[in-house]
Write a protein that binds this ligand. Structure first.
Ligand code: ZN
Ligand code: MN
Length: 482
């Protein structure tokens, strides 16, 4: 079957966006939007006679991440030169870390709990500098020119490498979402910033070999890229064609992977200890100090949502997987005490509508008080579920008070029996065939309810409408028997 025996490992690069300066120099990290090649200095450009100086805050941030991922922190950590020529690297090598002879990454081991019964083990965490940004004229495989912008070059990255424990594209996406949420809870990372999280994926299928996919820039794309690759590889395997061990590039515009080169091996990089930087000693005291400053993390927060507020496990997991959503939930909870009902609205219609409006939670302009008001309008039956959806939509688009929207647009629920009976009479007159069906087939009642909804534009109380229709059908039946 397609997708059987899938093994996926991820290498995630996250910028430590909370840092003020780059990893080895004092250039600022807010390079976004600056004119190309203006956010640089002789150190990050690797000019002769300059030396790198390690940003201590980067070590602190990396130790925070290591603690949050349950990793074992190295007491001595080294920087390593990864040698290769590429225009995105001013020095022809990247100052990185290496897990092997002569190297020691900042932490090893650990895990991320996906919250769906699956756990992904972490292989290692390392600090390294971000390369420059390449701007292609055209697409990467047909580019007529490539421009280099070094503004980003030297920004601190934490690279997180997983074991190949992920078994589906959905779980790869889940992993990235959970990781993003953990890093955002730590306060070291802002996933909303363009290009702040990038990922490469290794994927192999039963009977195939490992293929690496580069240039995945969002957790939405990781799922797409891996789906594409599973289809491509399983179609090759099923036709008896050998899958080549290679590196492929995710073209997010065309949504395909493209062959880049035959996979390089570790030896090709000629890793050796960075002679310009001394080893870093991480003391127990430092680790303890960082540990004491750790904020609440998603898994602990989920436990509180479930045990203290009474939210279902499933809803709690969705809430904490997006820090902004979990924060918004808690803000709303101050104004509306029924936690489970509130969570149902947020993980249901709220997220669905944000998705269709292409908005993130942080872009939402609706005040928490207004979400509380909307829920109370539902409780008081001023709104039906259907109407609440329409009001919520308007709230998300304009940020307005739901009561004002209800008044202005006349979106009140029709709960008057008298009024609804008149509309049902009309529906029965206009749909004689459907009435005959409904007399013998329970399912056809649904159609009649739908007609009432159509006439009232969704304002009719659905339960009352159904009840009136059923009574009327009963009367028809009785009159025929007589
Ligand atoms: Zn610099
Ligand atoms: Mn890397």
């Amino acid at each position: 079957m397609v997708g059987d025996g899938v093994k996926i490992g991820l290498e995630v690069h996250c910028q430590l966006t909370s840092l003020k300066t780059k990893l080895f120099c004092s250039c600022p990290t807010d390079y976004r939007g600056k004119p190309p090649n203006t956010n640089i200095c002789p150190v990050c450009m690797g000019e002769p006679g300059t030396l790198p100086v390690l940003n201590k805050e980067a070590v602190r941030a990396a130790v925070m991440v290591a603690l949050a991922l349950h990793s074992k922190i190295s007491r001595f950590t080294y920087f390593t030169r990864k040698n290769y020529f590429y225009p995105d690297m001013a020095k022809n090598f990247q100052i990185s870390q290496y897990d092997g002879v002569g190297g020691a990454p900042i932490a090893k081991g650990g895990y991320v709990d996906l919250g769906n019964g699956k756990v992904v083990r972490i292989r290692r965490l390392q600090l390294e500098e971000d390369p420059a940004r390449l701007v292609y004229e055209g697409t990467i495989d047909t580019a007529t020119a490539t421009l280099v912008d070094y503004n980003r070059h030297g920004v601190a990255l934490i690279e997180i490498v997983t074991e190949p424990d992920i078994t589906s594209p959905e779980d790869a996406r889940r992993f990235l979402q959970k990781l993003r949420s953990i890093l955002e809870h730590l306060g070291v990372f802002d996933g909303e910033l363009e290009g702040s999280m990038r990922c490469d994926a290794n994927i192999s299928l039963e009977g195939g070999v490992r293929v690496e996919i580069k240039n995945i820039s969002s957790y939405k794309d990781v799922e797409r890229a891996l789906r594409f690759e599973i289809t491509r590889q399983s179609s090759l395997i099923s036709r008896g064609i050998r899958v080549v061990r290679e590196t492929r590039f995710w073209d997010e515009r065309r949504r395909v992977t493209v062959s880049l080169r035959v996979k390089e091996t570790e030896e090709d990089y000629r890793y050796f200890p960075e002679p310009d930087l001394p080893p870093v000693v991480i003391t127990d005291e430092f680790i303890d100090e960082v540990k004491r400053s750790l904020p609440i993390l998603p898994d602990e927060r989920k436990r509180i949502f479930v045990e203290k507020y009474g939210v279902s496990e499933q809803n709690a997991e969705v809430l904490v997987n997006d820090k902004a959503l979990a924060d918004f939930f808690e803000d709303c909870l101050k104004h509306y005490g029924k936690a489970q009902e509130l969570s149902n609205l947020l993980v249901g219609d709220f997220l669905a509508q944000l998705h269709s409006l292409n908005l993130s939670v942080r872009e939402v302009k609706v005040k928490p008080e207004y979400i509380a008001k909307l829920l109370r309008l539902l409780d008081k039956k001023v709104l039906t579920g259907h109407l609440a959806k329409a009001v919520l939509r308007e709230m998300l688009e304009t940020g307005r008070d739901p009561e004002a929207i209800v008044e202005e647009k006349g979106l009140r629920r029709i709960g008057s029996r008298e009024e609804l009976e008149k509309i049902v009479d009309r529906v029965f007159r206009e749909n004689r065939k459907a009435v005959e069906d409904a007399l013998v087939n329970e399912k056809a009642v649904h159609f009649l309810v739908g007609q009432v909804m159509r006439i009232t534009r969704g304002k009719a109380d659905p339960n009352l409408t159904r009840q009136i229709i059923k009574n009327k059908l009963e009367k028809v039946r009785a009159s025929r028997k007589a």
